[in-house]
Design a protein around this ligand. Structure first.
Ligand SMILES: Nc1ncnc2c1ncn2[C@@H]1O[C@H](COP(=O)(O)OP(=O)(O)OP(=O)(O)O)[C@@H](O)[C@H]1O
Length: 486
C-alpha cells in the first residue's frame, strides 16, 4: 500500500539508502535534513508516515515532536536513532513514536514498519481509532532520568530496550529469561520505574529463597491461626504490591502447589490469604524472571503449562554477556564510575586491559564483571588499570572460569604487546612475529628437552626452518638440553 513519506535525516548516505528502499516499495519520499524544513513540509503536504532522525542539523528531532503530533494526530512517526540508550528508546516511545529503530537497523525491518505505519494511518483516516497512539500524544515532553543504569549498546540489548518500551503503557505480564547475572532484576525494575505504575510500589519475591512451606503465605498473606506460628494476620506480597509491580524472581523454583494458587490469582485478579475465607481484589502488574529453561520444565512436567503461557505474554530474553562483548567497555566505564562514587579511587583502564576482559567468557555475566571491576579499582596502584593488573586479579581468583581462558589468550596478549611495545617504524611485523615465535619455540624445545628434530615435528614445521629461526632469534637449544641433564 504505497504512501507519501516524509524522511527527516541529515546523514545523506543513510537518507539515500532509505529513500531507495522505500521507493522500491512504491512509496513517494520527501526528504529534508532539518527541523525547520520538516515543519515547512508538514505545513504544505499531508503524509502517511514520518521517519525522523534525532540529532539533526538544527537541534533535537524529538524536542517538539509532541507539537507535531498534536497538529498531525494521525501521523505515525518512526524514530531512527544513533544514541542507542534505553532512555532514548523510552523517550521515543513516550512521545508516541510508532516505532523506534536504533542505528544500524535492518532495512527490511524498517520497510515493513513503514508499511504498517502507512496502513495504520489509513485506518485512522477512515475513522478508525487507534488508542495506543493517540493516547500517548499528550504525554509528550516527559523527562526520562538520564542516569538509567541499564547499560548496553549492542544490537542484542537494543532488542531488549525495544521490548521494554512496548510494555510501559500497559499491564501485560512480562517473563524475563536469561542466565544468572544478566540483569533480569534490573530490567524488571526499569519496567516499573519507567512505566505508568512507577508511583506505586515495586515488590520483589524470590521463590528460590523462601522455604517451600512459607511461600504461599509470603505471596498471599495469612490470617491469624492459619498455621502454627501464625500469631497474627499478615499481608502478602500481592497485596503489598497493590497499585504497583510484583516481581516474581526465580519463578522456575516455585513449588507445584504455589504454582496452582498463583495461576488462580492471575486468572481471577484476586487472592485469598492462607486460612482466609474471602477473596481480596488485587491490582498488580506481574513481571516474572528465571534463569531456568521454563519451556523444557513444562515438557518434563515440572512447571504448569497454563501458568507458563499466562506469564510469558511478553517474553524478554536477556543475552549472556559473552554474546554481547561489545557492551563490555561501556559496562566497565559505568562500574568504574560507580566505584569512584562509592569512595574507591577514580580509575581508567588501558586498551590492553580491556581487551583481556573482553576475551573472557563471564559465566557469571554482568554481575561477575561488576565484581571484577570493583576488585580492579581497588587493586590497581596506577590511575590506569593495565593488563598486568587484570592478570593478577584473575590469578587471585582461581575459581574464575575465565582465568584459564585468559592465560592462553595470545590474541589479547598480542594486542597488549602491540599497545605497549611501540616498535620502530618498519619493524612491526618482524617484531610481532618474534614476540609470538619466541615463547612458541621455547615451549617446543622445553617439551623435547632441546631436541630440534622432535621440536620441529611437534610444531609441524621443517627442521631447517626451525634451525634458521632459532638462529635469528638467538635461542640456544642447548639451554633446554642442559635442563634435562640437571
Ligand atoms: N545492563 C546492565 N547495566 C548495568 N548494570 C547491570 C546490567 N545488567 C546487570 N547489571 C548489574 O549486574 C548485577 C546483576 O544484575 P541482576 O541482579 O539484575 O541479574 P539477574 O539476572 O537478576 O541475576 P540472578 O538470576 O542471579 O538473580 C546487578 O548489580 C546489576 O545492577
Amino acid at each position: 500500500m504505497p504512501g507519501r513519506i516524509l524522511l527527516v535525516e541529515d546523514d545523506a548516505a543513510i537518507a539515500t539508502v532509505i529513500t531507495a528502499a522505500l521507493q522500491g516499495e512504491g512509496h513517494t519520499i520527501d526528504r529534508c535534513a532539518s527541523i525547520a524544513e520538516r515543519n515547512r513540509l508538514l505545513g504544505e503536504a499531508s503524509y502517511s508516515a514520518m521517519l525522523t532522525d534525532i540529532m539533526l542539523e538544527d537541534g533535537d528531532g524529538l524536542a517538539n515532536l509532541a507539537d507535531v503530533q498534536k497538529q498531525n494526530p494521525e501521523l505515525p512517526v518512526i524514530v531512527l536513532s544513533a544514541q542507542n540508550t534505553l532512555d532514548t528508546a523510552v523517550r521515543a516511545s513516550d512521545l508516541g513514536a510508532f516505532e523506534y529503530f536504533p542505528k544500524p537497523f535492518d532495512l527490511d525491518e524498517l520497510t515493513r514498519a513503514v508499511e504498517q505505519a502507512v496502513q495504520s494511518a489509513r485506518a485512522m483516516d477512515v475513522g478508525g481509532q487507534d488508542e495506543s497512539h493517540s493516547a500517548r500524544v499528550d504525554e509528550g515532553g516527559e523527562q526520562i532520568d538520564p542516569s538509567l543504569p541499564l547499560v548496553g549498546r549492542s544490537p542484542a540489548m537494543q532488542g531488549v530496550f525495544r521490548m521494554i518500551t512496548r510494555v510501559l503503557r500497559n499491564d501485560l505480564t512480562v517473563l524475563i529469561l536469561g542466565e544468572s547475572g544478566t540483569g533480569k532484576e534490573l530490567v524488571a525494575q526499569a519496567i516499573h520505574d519507567l512505566g505508568h505504575r512507577r508511583t506505586g510500589p515495586f515488590v520483589a519475591v524470590n521463590a528460590a529463597a523462601i522455604p517451600r512451606e512459607l511461600i504461599e503465605s509470603e505471596l498471599f498473606g495469612h490470617e491469624k491461626g492459619a498455621f502454627t506460628g501464625a500469631t497474627g494476620q499478615a499481608i502478602g506480597k500481592f497485596e503489598q504490591a497493590s497499585g504497583g509491580t510484583l516481581f516474581l524472581d526465580e519463578i522456575g523454583d516455585m513449588p507445584a502447589e504455589a504454582q496452582t494458587r498463583l495461576l488462580r490469582a492471575l486468572q481471577s485478579g484476586s487472592i485469598r490469604r492462607v486460612g482466609g475465607r474471602q477473596d481480596v481484589q488485587v491490582d498488580v502488574r506481574i513481571v516474572a524472571a528465571t534463569n531456568r529453561d521454563l519451556s523444557s520444565m513444562v515438557v518434563s512436567g515440572q512447571f504448569r503449562e497454563d501458568l507458563y503461557y499466562r506469564l510469558a505474554v511478553v517474553p524478554v530474553q536477556l543475552p549472556p554477556l559473552r554474546d554481547r562483548r561489545t557492551d563490555i567497555p561501556d559496562l566497565v566505564s559505568f562500574f568504574l564510575a560507580n566505584a569512584a562514587r562509592q569512595g574507591l579511587p577514580q580509575r581508567g583502564i588501558s586498551k590492553a586491559g580491556l581487551d583481556l576482559l573482553k576475551a573472557l567468557d563471564w559465566p557469571g555475566n554482568v554481575r561477575e564483571l561488576q565484581n571484577m571491576v570493583m576488585r580492579l579499582a581497588l587493586m590497581s596502584r596506577d590511575e590506569t588499570i593495565d593488563a598486568q593488573c587484570v592478570r593478577d586479579a584473575l590469578e587471585a581468583m582461581p575459581g574464575h572460569a575465565g582465568a584459564d581462558a585468559a592465560a592462553p589468550d595470545y590474541e589479547a596478549a598480542l594486542h597488549h604487546w602491540l599497545a605497549e611495545a611501540r616498535p620502530a617504524d618498519g619493524t612491526l611485523y618482524h617484531s610481532a612475529q618474534a614476540a609470538f615465535e619466541r615463547p612458541l619455540f621455547e615451549h617446543a624445545l622445553e617439551q623435547t628437552s632441546g631436541n630440534q628434530l622432535r621440536a620441529a615435528q611437534l610444531l609441524g614445521i621443517n627442521r631447517n626452518t626451525l634451525r634458521k629461526r632459532l638462529d635469528d632469534l638467538e635461542i640456544d637449544p642447548d639451554r633446554f638440553a642442559r635442563r634435562r641433564a640437571n
